[in-house]
Write a protein that binds this ligand. Structure first.
Ligand SMILES: *[C@@H]1O[C@H](CO)[C@@H](O)[C@H](O)[C@H]1NC(C)=O
Ligand SMILES: *[C@@H]1O[C@H](CO)[C@@H](O)[C@H](O)[C@H]1NC(C)=O
Ligand SMILES: *[C@@H]1O[C@H](CO)[C@@H](O)[C@H](O)[C@H]1NC(C)=O
Ligand SMILES: *[C@@H]1O[C@H](CO)[C@@H](O)[C@H](O)[C@H]1NC(C)=O
Ligand SMILES: *[C@@H]1O[C@H](CO)[C@@H](O)[C@H](O)[C@H]1NC(C)=O
Ligand SMILES: *[C@@H]1O[C@H](CO)[C@@H](O)[C@H](O)[C@H]1NC(C)=O
Ligand SMILES: *[C@@H]1O[C@H](CO)[C@@H](O)[C@H](O)[C@H]1NC(C)=O
Ligand SMILES: *[C@@H]1O[C@H](CO)[C@@H](O)[C@H](O)[C@H]1NC(C)=O
Length: 703
């Protein structure tokens, strides 16, 4: 009787709960195995060019936020199929990185994780060290390959996947999506507006506003992780910034992980939140738009110039400076992601599948319809590529929207390589500045073979694309893949297709055929020519069809890992020096005795070069709090938003440098006694040995 009674009560409770909390509570049936891991991939924090703006003077000189790799393994418990999605706080995924990561995973795990089921997608921060791509064009401003950047990235990615592998638990994945406004704008509207009017009329905005969120929980319904995708450049920090940072997405991840991992240092907690990239080609976070910085007036719209020059036409906002803008755009992504996470109810169920093919993009026949076709070309960059964008303009007299070129730069270019007639014809109307596909000296300038890949998690299909698709090319791609899936029996209203941008291989931009005609920066950087977008649409349709029909496709031509060819002109650390009478770690400018919250504490130390030791998984600084027993407890690291680690060379010849540690005291920091601590390493001349040292500020009170 009692037993029967309890059972009835229990099932009533369960029923009520499943109405109140349809998502997770009390659901013990789990669909997937889920493994999550995070690891540090921070590159050299001194003297290495930052990847993205191609600005030779923009070199790393400290850390604002550490870079992390966030790995998510999803296992289908019926078939044992696994996929791995990795989001990295770097400018992009890269062929050199993917190939090497797969090699290392092969040594550790056999054939469990390969290029077939591994996606490595970059968040596209423009504030992280360069030198990890194996092609010449991407190494020009970084003075070649930078092994330290590359090794930190490869090893960290492998580490994050290994941690995810060791953490697999039974769980469920819930999906949600919604609109995030006031966080992105189109930076090339004159190209977007060249798309057919009928097509534009289907959309309310000229950029995608949809954020898709996955909520990952274990068998008890406990929160274990989040992945979301939203299309926006990580260019809130501009091309004058030297502090390593994950930009707006890095900050959003920091906020989400701090929310779930209370009191735990960034990158050390269990809950992992990836803010991943999507079709961001023409999408800027600088929502105040482009203005002439001298007059405050709008730039000339088609060419993004002020008085005929691009240098003064710069987009910024919405904040008072670039840190503030990063904070605002990061916070808005974080808030929307949390809202969608909390209310996610669509449970993913069904098979985990994946399909991948290497594709030679240089000479494909591209069919649009029964009457129209084109072909792809060997890589080439157009004149407007050198104009840069309104997020970070180029120099000289290059402008956006250039379909003519000019004789002077043609002559300079011809000193490097004159493009063949065939290449010129193929890329029209793009005037070719650099015939990258026809130069092989000292090694390849751009990729010719790319990864194409589609992953399925139940109702969700993730298209991993090897570059930066514009808004409209991305929309066409998603729609076409969805049509194939629906034609093969999936339901249109429950099937979701999304784009994971900058994945596996980096092959610059991909615009629509119509946008290409306008030759803004994105069109000029569409390296395989006018039909690139349609070529990918056809390819991903074929992948979707093969996945659903379970047909095997050939692997395609495997690209080469060019590590043996790489040249590097980055000077290594020769030695660290210090002025007579000073020791490494000595405080040069000390803190004062008292601070209010929301003000900035700072101290300067005699320093060593941060390249002597990247402090992977550790920190260059700590803000220590003194507890009741007098013990110093580290409370903040160099991965916290509230701290800045700023390195400055004071004498090149004498090898001398200084470090400033800044801490803007958060409004929720406990009052009490604190100190700043610096963890450095210096390199000795002649012996070339590296020695660790520490520096400590005086203690100070926070009121
Ligand atoms: C800007 O480009 C559009 C087409 O994209 C064209 O119609 C318009 O005339 C151009 N404006 C100027 C000032 O060149
Ligand atoms: C970068 O942002 C800072 C404000 O943080 C501003 O002073 C500077 O002019 C900007 N520079 C460029 C090139 O956008
Ligand atoms: C595994 O099989 C069960 C029973 O057929 C099904 O309900 C479930 O959705 C399947 N899971 C996956 C991940 O395909
Ligand atoms: C994964 O599992 C499904 C069955 O759910 C199977 O059809 C598929 O071929 C498997 N492999 C791949 C690579 O997707
Ligand atoms: C491209 O492929 C066609 C055949 O489809 C061939 O005739 C042509 O020579 C190729 N062009 C190049 C540059 O390889
Ligand atoms: C075929 O595609 C081209 C390029 O998008 C387009 O201009 C043309 O109108 C299309 N023709 C048909 C019959 O759909
Ligand atoms: C990078 O450095 C490691 C040692 O840290 C070395 O084993 C490797 O060969 C180097 N790779 C290249 C391409 O220089
Ligand atoms: C902190 O200081 C800034 C100016 O430095 C101000 O804008 C902000 O409102 C302050 N915040 C708090 C919580 O006092």
């Amino acid at each position: 009787m009692a037993n029967w009674f309890m059972k009835t009560i229990y099932s009533v409770i369960l029923a009520i709960n499943s109405i109140l909390y349809p998502a997770s509570v009390f659901s013990t049936d789990t669909e997937y195995g889920i493994g999550i891991g995070i690891a540090d991939i921070t590159g050299p924090a001194a003297e290495v060019n930052m990847m993205g703006y191609a600005m030779p003077e923009q070199k790393s000189s400290g850390i604002h936020l550490r870079q992390f790799s966030r790995a998510f393994i999803i296992e289908d418990k019926n078939s044992s199929n696994r996929t791995v999605f990795v989001s990295i706080d770097a400018c992009m995924g890269a062929q050199s990185v993917t190939l090497e990561v797969v090699k290392k995973l092969n040594v550790k795990f056999g054939n469990l994780y390969t290029e077939q089921n591994l996606v490595i997608s970059g968040i596209h921060t423009h504030s992280a060290p360069a030198g990890f791509l194996q092609f010449v064009l991407f190494q020009v401003t970084s003075l070649g390959f930078v092994n330290q950047t590359y090794t930190a990235l490869v090893d960290g990615i492998v580490e994050s996947i290994t941690r995810a592998h060791e953490n697999i638990v039974d769980g469920n994945v819930y999906m949600n999506s919604g609109e995030l406004l006031e966080s992105n704008i189109n930076r090339s509207p004159s190209a977007y507006e060249n798309n057919p009017a009928k097509e534009q009329a289907k959309y309310k905005y000229n950029v995608d506003k949809t954020m898709v969120v996955l909520k990952l929980v274990d068998a008890d319904g406990t929160d274990i992780g989040m992945i979301n995708w939203f299309a926006v450049h990580c260019t809130s920090m501009n091309n004058t910034n030297g502090l390593i940072s994950g930009d707006n997405k890095g900050y959003a991840s920091f906020l989400a992980e701090q929310h779930f991992n209370k009191g735990v240092a960034p990158g050390k907690g269990k809950f992992v939140a990836a803010f991943a990239q999507s079709n961001l080609g023409d999408v800027s976070p600088n929502t105040d738009g482009a203005k002439c910085i001298d007059t405050g007036k709008p730039c000339e719209r088609n060419s993004s110039t002020c008085d005929g020059k691009v240098e003064k036409c710069i987009a910024s906002g919405p904040g008072v400076d670039m840190f503030d803008s990063t904070k605002i755009i990061g916070t808005s992504q974080y808030k929307k992601a949390m809202e969608l996470y909390t209310s996610a109810t669509i449970k993913l169920s069904g098979p985990v599948q994946f399909i991948h093919q290497f594709l030679d993009m240089t000479n494909m026949t591209v069919k649009y319809n029964d009457t129209y076709k084109g072909k792809t070309c060997k890589p080439a960059m157009g004149f407007s590529f050198a104009a840069g964008t309104t997020d970070g303009p180029g120099a000289f007299d290059f402008t956006q929207g250039d379909t003519e070129g000019n004789a002077f730069w043609n002559a300079i270019r011809d000193l490097i390589k004159e493009p063949s007639d065939e290449l010129v014809e193929c890329h029209k109307p793009k005037p070719i500045l650099l015939p990258t596909g026809e130069i092989d000296f000292p090694y390849a300038w751009q990729p010719t073979i790319v990864d194409t890949q589609l992953t399925r998690l139940g109702q969700l299909f993730i298209i991993a694309v090897p570059g930066e698709f514009t808004t409209m090319c991305g929309r066409r791609l998603r729609d076409n893949v969805l049509q194939v899936l629906v034609a093969n029996g999936l339901k249109a209203d429950s099937t979701k297709v999304l784009i994971a941008g900058l994945s596996n291989t980096y092959s610059d931009y991909i615009t629509t055929l119509e946008e290409y005609q306008v030759q803004r920066y994105e069109g000029a950087s569409t390296i395989f020519g006018p039909h690139t977008c349609q070529a990918y649409i056809n390819q991903f349709k074929a992948l979707a069809e093969a996945m659903i029909k379970n047909t095997k496709l050939p692997a395609g031509p495997k690209p080469k890992l060019l590590l043996d060819d790489q040249l590097s002109f980055v000077t290594p650390v020769i030695y660290d020096g210090k002025p007579i009478g000073k020791e490494f770690g000595d405080v040069l400018t000390d803190v004062v005795a008292d601070y209010k919250r929301n003000t900035t504490v700072s101290a300067t130390f005699q320093a060593g070069n941060p390249r002597n030791n990247l402090k992977t998984g550790a920190t260059f600084l700590s803000v220590d709090y003194q507890d009741n027993s007098g013990k110093w407890i580290p409370r903040y690291t160099d991965a916290d938003w509230s701290t800045k680690f700023i390195w400055k060379r004071t004498s090149t010849i004498l090898g001398q440098s200084e470090v400033t540690i800044e801490w803007t005291i958060p409004s929720d920091a406990p009052i009490g006694t604190y100190r700043l601590k610096y963890y450095g390493d210096h390199k000795q001349a002649v012996t070339e040995t590296v020695h660790s040292f520490e520096g400590v500020s005086s203690s100070f009170k926070v009121h």
